[in-house]
Design a protein around this ligand. Structure first.
Ligand SMILES: Cc1cc2nc3c(=O)[nH]c(=O)nc-3n(C[C@H](O)[C@H](O)[C@H](O)COP(=O)(O)OP(=O)(O)OC[C@H]3O[C@@H](n4cnc5c(N)ncnc54)[C@H](O)[C@@H]3O)c2cc1C
Length: 439
């Protein structure tokens, strides 16, 4: 449905339906001045704004659409490890053991940050699942599970628990493609739209201003400040935080150009399943789960007994490509949960994720733009990472912490792709290869 000025605001997601009417902030009209202007009203931008408002700065959050319109209102709701495509052993190779440990601890802190907020704010976000179950999509992954569990215990101080196929079935986790499991003891599931709305309410309560339907179309230096141009106005600010993630306009500012490929993830949610349907499939667990494919599937039984099933791997945003992505997602679901083939999909939607050539996120200053900072590139897992990193980027902007206080894995600005016009082709090639390898 179009918004007040003709901008479509509905995603068609289950999350929107679950919250009913969504509060809409005014759009920015005319000119305004703030200490800090934040671009993007998702977890990262709102977390930054909250921190800044609590520190006494005047702050605005500008969103091209509205709070949670980006990935923060349309994700799978897995509050878990993430932010990178590198495994722990890759991190150790690239950054050394101490930095890899620092980054893993940061991810745990990020999950705890969300949990603490929910408790402190008494936010009901339909929370469930103690930790996350990784599921071996073929028997050969079981050996990798054992190696991973041993590595995590030796170097990172925690040990995920291994489950055989039979033990999984006893826990209500069964399917023809699940050959064993590795339970990671961190993380939980939530309704992402309820969380992002609760976060925005806190920003407003602390005096931060949020503007919806306010796209920033240019950022220019104005003496020792920055001038942000919008269709119906402008904002002057001493500091700017970029938090557009997969929805960022890659020319605002120019620095972003050619640095992120256009990647997507899609979700289907079924109608509520009956007890006998759950029993027929053998899936009754409320644990959130993902398989071991590189182009992974993520899934969970929602508190109201609907099943949420997510797929990675979309590139093109044409109607035809999007239809094909949804059809592929549903076909994967039918294959992995054959007893539910007859169960109708009631909601399906997709969204942009932000990947980089470096495969790591960035939280730090934008090179050659004094006073402009970026917190983005969560590689498809940003509920926890964007929440904590929003606070960290605010602390950096305020001079309360230094870049060296953050893990090295998130301190390097992401590189531009060579021949950026070929990014879709690169990604298509990578997805073909991963799809083949994942079989
Ligand atoms: C389908 C899907 C499933 C996912 N599942 C999970 C999951 O289960 N667990 C998990 O941890 N992560 C998941 N993710 C990723 C996670 O949702 C994101 O990493 C996270 O929400 C990013 O938050 P953010 O605040 O950085 O950006 P976003 O929430 O994407 O917000 C960016 C905002 O910036 C605005 N914006 C951009 N450019 C401008 C501009 N020039 N002017 C004004 N506004 C602008 C956009 O309108 C948008 O609202 C998923 C993502 C998708 C798409």
């Amino acid at each position: 449905m179009p918004g007040k000025n003709g901008v479509p605001l509905d995603i068609g997601s289950y999350w929107e339906a679950s919250v009913g009417e969504i509060f809409e902030d005014p759009s920015l009209m005319g000119s305004a001045q703030f200490d800090v202007a934040v671009i993007g009203a998702g977890y990262a931008g709102l977390s930054a704004a909250l921190r800044l408002a609590e520190a006494g700065s005047s702050v605005c959050v500008l969103d091209a659409r509205r709070v949670g319109w980006g990935a923060s209102g349309r994700n799978g709701g897995f509050c878990c490890f993430g932010g990178t495509k590198l495994s722990e052993s890759d991190l150790m190779k690239r950054f050394g053991l101490a930095e890899a440990q620092k980054f893993v601890l940061y991810q745990i802190e990020a999950i705890e940050k969300v949990a603490k907020r929910l408790d402190a704010w008494k936010l009901d976000v339909d929370r469930h699942s103690k930790g996350e179950m990784m599921l071996a999509h073929r028997p050969s992954e079981l050996e990798a599970f054992q190696q991973e569990a041993a590595l995590l215990k030796k170097y990172f101080g925690y040990q995920p628990k291994l489950y055989s196929k039979a033990e999984l079935a006893e826990r209500g986790i069964a399917g023809p493609e699940f050959h064993g499991g590795l339970h990671v003891p961190f993380g939980f599931a939530l309704n992402p739209m309820k969380y992002v709305q609760g976060l925005a309410a806190k920003v407003r309560e602390k005096g931060g201003r949020i503007f919806s339907r306010s796209p920033v179309v240019a950022i220019e230096r104005d003496a020792n400040r920055w001038s942000l141009a919008l269709p119906d106005g402008s904002v002057i600010a001493r500091k700017v935080i970029l938090a557009g993630n997969g929805y960022a306009d890659e020319n605002v500012p120019d620095w972003l150009h050619g640095r992120t490929p256009p990647a997507m993830s899609s979700v289907v949610v079924t109608r509520p399943l009956t007890e006998s349907e759950l029993a027929a499939q053998g899936w009754t667990s409320d644990l959130m789960a993902a398989d071991t494919r590189t182009l992974l599937h993520y899934f969970r039984l929602l508190p109201d007994r609907r099943f949420l099933f997510g797929t990675r791997g979309g590139i093109f945003e044409t109607e035809q490509a999007l239809d094909a992505m949804q059809r592929r997602g549903r076909a994967d679901f039918d294959r992995m949960f054959p007893e539910w083939r007859h169960v109708e999909t009631e909601y399906s939607w997709y969204g942009h994720v932000c990947l980089t050539r470096n495969l790591t996120p960035y939280v730090g200053p934008v090179p050659d733009m004094e006073g402009v900072f970026a917190a983005m590139a969560w590689h498809g897992s940003g509920i926890a990472m964007a929440s904590l990193s929003g606070e960290k980027i605010a602390d950096l902007a305020l001079g309360k912490i230094k870049q060296a206080d953050l893990p090295a894995a998130m301190s390097r600005p992401f590189d531009r792709f060579p021949f950026p016009a070929l990014r879709q082709a690169y990604l298509q090639g990578a997805y073909l290869w991963y799809g083949f390898r994942d079989r």
